[in-house]
Design a protein around this ligand. Structure first.
Ligand code: PMT
Length: 223
């Protein structure tokens, strides 16, 4: 085939919402269904890549021909990524990684009390920023999920995390973001005008993201 632009290359894709445990039966998570990440894994596979999907729990079926690594917490996702990062050509962080986790994980089910219960959270590692710091040959794509000031906040992530691309996702929009089958995103890259991909299925958006990433990478390599 002529369009196997990722033939033989190692592509890591993250998906889903991480689970941050409180006790043996409870956790904090978010609304990510994994659909965007799974669509990206499928699109990269269709371009000939050797895809590893590092995913928090979802209701989805793992795409055929994709290696699957199941994780729960942000910490576990970080470990799985770092173990595979050095040899990867492209990394796509579509997962909704929890920014905080409970300070302590109770060994036993937390008992109901008469008084209010206060949960203390501590910061999780910023995996994307860490991958940016360690970046060599990898083309690194991050997402930015925002409910306000989409492009301002996304630009900040682009500038501070040393990524090659940020996919800005307005998650307050009616047909885009968490759990929808469709998405609408704006692509930000250093020194390039923002490029909006209009509402389409997550499969189509995934293919478009990869085409833009590949075009940018070709330009980088010619410089
Ligand atoms: O899964 P779906 O239901 O299909 O929904 C898709 C989606 C809305 C989850 C997806 O399109 C999306 O926007 N994913 C990123 C969600 C997110 O965590 O955004 P953020 O702006 O909080 O994080 C910015 C980037 O840093 C993301 O690439 C995230 O993976 C990464 N991150 C975040 C926190 C953290 N501690 N470590 C990280 O690496």
């Amino acid at each position: 085939a002529t369009d196997l632009q990722l033939h033989g290359q190692s592509v890591l894709v993250t998906a889903g919402g991480t689970r941050e445990r409180l006790d043996p039966v409870r956790y904090l998570t978010n609304d990510s269904s994994g659909k965007m990440g799974y669509a990206l894994a499928t699109a990269a596979r269709d371009l000939g890549a050797q895809v590893t999907l590092i995913s928090a729990p979802t209701m989805l079926t793992v795409p055929a021909g994709v290696a699957y690594v199941g994780v729960d917490s942000a910490e576990a996702m970080r470990t799985a990524l770092l173990a595979r990062y050095q040899t990867a050509q492209m990394v796509i962080m579509a997962a909704a990684v929890a920014d905080f986790r409970p300070v302590t994980v109770a060994d036993n089910k937390i008992k109901k009390t008469t008084a209010d219960y206060t949960l203390t959270l501590t910061k999780n590692p910023d995996i994307l920023a860490e991958l940016g710091q360690q970046k060599h040959q990898q083309f690194l794509i991050g997402f930015a999920a925002e409910t306000q000031h989409l492009l301002t906040y996304a630009q900040k992530k682009l500038a501070s995390k040393r990524v090659d691309m940020i996919v800005a996702n307005d998650v307050a929009s009616a047909h885009a973001g968490f759990n929808h089958d469709t998405n609408e995103v704006t692509i930000l890259q250093p020194n390039v005008e923002p490029q909006t991909l209009p509402l389409a299925s997550k499969q189509v958006i995934a293919q478009q993201i990869l085409q833009i990433a590949l075009a940018t990478r070709r330009n980088q390599q010619q410089k």
